[in-house]
Design a binder for this molecule. Structure first.
Ligand code: DON
Length: 303
């Protein structure tokens, strides 16, 4: 099936689901987004991008940023991080505190909030301005120099950060923070508040479909590292729904509460979908359904 025809078919298939689920309502800037938006973009290994629907409309990437900070940290130093964070699915909500005490301040994986906070802390130690480094990387890979942190979202995130502050302080009490809690939280909030479209995200995530090779042909990650980031996306990228996501979609994916999902077909393409209505675990209802149709119609599930 030709790509534009495929995208059209997916839009038709998910039409009844647009507007279902609930938009994230913990901050006003996310609560007022129309849940009926839907966009999808596909970037192939060579950087050609196709999209349909609201694929060029910017939205809050939220936890999708965690894939990119992980990749940047691993590119800087592969070893240090894995002494501080695990690689197992948590089976708990993304912002849960439960496992941290039993597991002595070592988060289960880099994609739950606690784990992402350690990744951000590690990136600060490597480069200083972690969110600035991230933004520069995203601008280069997407070819969009206008990418920015949404100031309203970041201000609201910062004033609703009690849970993330608690997680960070708790890890600090176990000696698992290198930088001041306030600095780590500020950088984490900024990375979550970056706005990107499906087009931008698919292009920025393309290196994961290209075994770690960037847009300019340089290597960000080795083949082994890229394989591993994709594996963590599959097992941990959609939180306590990672098993169901693998069952339905069958490729690595990372969701955010803004309603976006970045998914990777290793060796082939990166796909970004966006629809703000979320299910109970914080994943986009129409987005997961679109990816389910995508891998079924193309046969590109890894299973
Ligand atoms: O840190 C938080 O809790 C928010 N910025 C939401 C992060 C997020 O997208 C979690 N995932 N689905």
């Amino acid at each position: 099936m030709e790509l534009n025809q495929l995208l059209g078919r997916i839009v038709d298939e998910v039409a009844p689901l647009r507007g279902s689920g609930v938009v994230a309502d913990y901050i006003p800037a996310l609560a007022r987004v129309d849940p009926a938006h839907f966009g999808i973009a596909i970037a192939d290994r060579e950087g050609r991008v196709h999209g349909t629907g609201d694929w060029q409309m910017p939205f809050s990437v939220q936890s999708i940023s965690k894939v990119f900070t992980l990749a940047l940290v691993l590119a800087g130093s592969d070893e240090a991080l894995w002494r501080r964070v695990g690689r197992e699915p948590s089976g708990n909500a993304f912002n849960s505190l439960i496992q941290l005490e039993h597991e002595r301040g070592i988060p289960r994986n880099p994609f739950i909030n606690a784990g992402a906070l350690t990744v951000t802390d590690e990136l600060i130690s490597q480069v200083g301005d972690a969110s600035g480094e991230l933004l520069a990387f995203l601008r280069t890979e997407s070819g969009n120099p206008d990418l920015r942190v949404d100031a309203e979202v970041s201000a609201s995130e910062a004033s609703h950060a009690d849970r993330n502050l608690a997680l960070t302080h708790f890890m600090a009490s176990y000696g698992n923070m290198r930088n001041p809690v306030g600095t780590v939280l500020d950088q984490y909030v900024r990375q979550c508040s970056i706005e990107m479209s499906c087009r931008d995200l698919a292009l920025a995530g393309r290196f994961l479909a290209a075994h770690g090779v960037r847009r300019d042909g340089s290597e960000l990650l080795t083949r082994r590292q890229a394989k591993r980031v994709n594996a963590i996306m599959l097992t941990c990228g959609t939180y306590d729904a990672a098993g169901d996501f693998a069952y339905r979609v069958g490729i690595p994916g990372k969701s955010g509460v803004g309603g976006g999902i970045l998914a990777i077909v290793p060796g082939r393409c990166a796909i970004a979908v966006w629809s703000p209505g979320l299910d109970a675990r914080g994943n986009s209802v129409a987005g997961v359904a679109a990816l389910d149709h995508f891998t079924t119609l193309t046969g590109w599930s890894i299973f």
